[in-house]
Design a protein. Structure first.
Length: 241
């Protein structure tokens, strides 16, 4: 909101200057305002888009127009300290160059802390809650299968259990592997001194594991017995159990 308000304030000042410049040439005020507004419409054409600004449609259109389309936080925060941004804040008496640099660093530090906390929580949930619950249910399936075998049941009778055991095992292996890799990536990122480089490492090397770990945890949630699963399931978040 602060940035948007500064931009609006700056543009209003620019608008006033341009209108005044025209009225000083004996152009009527209303005519001057319309003339400036018409030019603004032309000048802003390249950044106006009526489609889905969050979809693939805009990604292609932005590239076609030669516009930036930054999708991760650390590079996006760099826009805060560009020469153009610094001049905007200084000219409007909002921040000095030093104050802008300080806020940029604080925002990067905040981003690092948030991703770090998410990674730690995800690691804890995966290793101490999700995997143990999946292993417990897998063991129950294995015991059930052995009992069916012991009474002479044919393999067809417990093929579903075997398939579930294999599927659970695959998800457990991937979650454990990716969680370990995420933890190692976080350790490496923590050794980086430069705050911007550290933020980028957390973004590109740590955060990238989140979706895959989450995907396989969601798959286990659909497989493991509801009584064994230790966390609230989606349907339980919107209704009383």
């Amino acid at each position: 909101m602060m940035v948007l308000n500064v931009i609006v304030a700056n543009q209003l000042n620019e608008f006033r200057k341009e209108v005044d410049a025209l009225t000083n040439k004996n152009i009527k005020k209303d005519e001057a305002i319309l003339k400036v507004l018409r030019q603004y419409i032309v000048d802003s054409k390249n950044i106006r888009f009526e489609g889905n600004g969050y979809g693939e449609e805009w990604v292609k259109e932005a590239k076609k127009r030669g516009l930036n389309n930054i999708t991760t936080t650390p590079p996006a925060l760099d826009a805060f300290v560009t020469k153009k941004s610094v001049r905007l804040f200084e000219d409007n008496g909002i921040f000095s160059h030093r104050e802008i640099e300080a806020r940029h660093e604080i925002m990067l530090e905040t981003y690092i802390k948030k991703i770090q906390i998410e990674a730690r929580v995800m690691g804890d949930l995966a290793i101490n809650h999700i995997i143990p619950a999946a292993l417990k249910y897998q063991t129950e399936l294995a015991v059930n299968t052995e009992k069916l075998k012991s009474i002479g049941m044919k393999a067809d009778a417990f093929s579903t259990q075997l398939e579930m055991i294999r599927e659970i095992s695959e998800h457990i292996t991937i979650i454990k592997t990716k969680t370990d890799e995420m933890i190692e990536a976080r350790k490496k990122a923590n050794k980086i001194e430069n705050v911007r480089e550290k933020a980028i490492a957390y973004c590109d090397k740590v955060r990238t594991y989140f979706d895959e770990i989450r995907y396989h945890a969601d798959k286990l949630e659909m497989l493991v017995d509801d009584e064994i699963w230790p966390l609230a399931k989606y349907r339980e978040l919107v209704s009383i159990r």
